[in-house]
Design a protein around this ligand. Structure first.
Ligand code: NAG
Ligand code: NAG
Ligand code: NAG
Ligand code: NAG
Length: 306
């Protein structure tokens, strides 16, 4: 796999898939495929960001999306000085045309993610009719923090046990979007998992496995001990060998099959807004909303249950 790439691993929704942790490739996206198989959504930001999501033609013309044979880059405009009273910064929001059911593993290999004061990038999945079919935030953070947050957002009746087998730190255990301003049941990741420190370290790999029994998220920083089926762009993976996840969301007190429908993958980058804006000052950011902002990724593969 190319170094600045990401991949998707997909498993079919067999009843046994939660027990069988082996998946094989079903779909692969590389370079231009991100433009063919994802749609750019020129929509208003529901989280009130200072952003202007543009369509595919505008993004291509402004080089906000760029595909080579091995890489895909998605970014926001970084040359325009904005007026405080005018529209927000041009940026992109990509959604996969395909949906993925429980029984899916997604592996992302990124060289670089957006960074800078005011940035609020996210790499996540969401079902239809939010929040009834769930949301899984795999990569999310704001400003120049160094630690990722992995979070589930659901309809009422989905909580996580306070004690569970994960290396990350739980912030809140109720996933209900109506609780605590839609904070969700988030888990904090370790160093180099987000922002400038992630980029300075050369990026890394994220993986998410979702089944009827659990959702798990792993992160391996570049240069760390990463499973070969993750780093190698393997045609099959065995998640049983990946060790304790950073974030573990078991179905102990949450029926994942009723809170999570088929998921679209979304890659977005907004600025300021409900989260980045509210903690902007406390993250030692200056008075204006600017930032650097490219996702550098290039490959996606989708694998099915073996
Ligand atoms: C961007 O991603 C975050 C992911 O958590 C989401 O909360 C937010 O609504 C997204 N904004 C848009 C416009 O997609
Ligand atoms: C578009 O972006 C790519 C990747 O950053 C860069 O190599 C290329 O030169 C840019 N094209 C233009 C016309 O600026
Ligand atoms: C997956 O890995 C586990 C743990 O190492 C092992 O027990 C199992 O046999 C593996 N499955 C396959 C199909 O190789
Ligand atoms: C958890 O998942 C298992 C296997 O799919 C299922 O048998 C069990 O009923 C689920 N528990 C809850 C609380 O949904």
């Amino acid at each position: 796999m190319a170094p600045s790439s990401w991949s998707l691993v997909f498993g079919l929704t067999f009843a046994s898939v939660a027990l069988a942790a082996t998946y094989s490739v079903a779909d692969t996206y590389i370079g231009q495929a991100f433009l063919n198989d994802f749609s750019l959504q020129a929509i208003a930001d529901p989280t009130h960001g200072r952003v202007n999501y543009v369509n595919a033609a505008t993004a291509a013309k402004a080089n906000l999306t760029f595909a080579s044979s091995t890489n895909f880059i998605a970014r926001a405009d970084f040359t325009t000085t904005l007026s405080a009273s005018g529209p927000g910064r041009n940026s992109v929001r990509l959604m996969s045309n395909k949906q993925y059911e429980l029984g899916t593993v997604l592996v992302a290999n990124l060289n670089h993610m957006p960074e800078g004061c005011g940035t609020w990038p996210a790499f996540w999945t969401v079902g239809a009719n939010w929040p009834n079919n769930g949301e899984i935030d795999i990569i999310e953070g704001v400003n120049n923090v160094g630690n990722n947050q992995g979070t589930l957002h659901t309809s009422p009746g989905c909580t996580m046990p306070s004690s569970r087998s994960q290396t990350g730190t739980a912030f809140q255990n109720d996933c209900n979007t109506a609780v605590n301003g839609n904070a969700g049941c988030g888990v904090g990741f370790g160093s180099n998992s987000f922002g400038p420190s992630f980029n300075a370290n050369g990026g890394g790999w994220y993986a998410m496995e979702m089944t009827a029994d659990f959702v798990k998220i792993w992160f391996w920083a570049r240069g760390s001990s990463v499973p070969s089926d993750v780093s190698g762009g393997s045609s099959s993976v065995n998640t049983s060998n990946w060790g304790t996840p950073v974030a573990f969301f078991p179905n102990t007190s949450c029926s994942l099959s009723s809170h999570f429908g088929p998921q679209n993958i979304i890659i977005n980058l907004t600025f300021c807004g409900d989260w980045a804006g509210s903690v902007y000052g406390s993250d030692n950011c200056p008075s204006t909303c600017t930032g650097e902002h490219a996702y550098q990724l290039s490959m996606a593969e989708v694998l099915k249950a073996a």
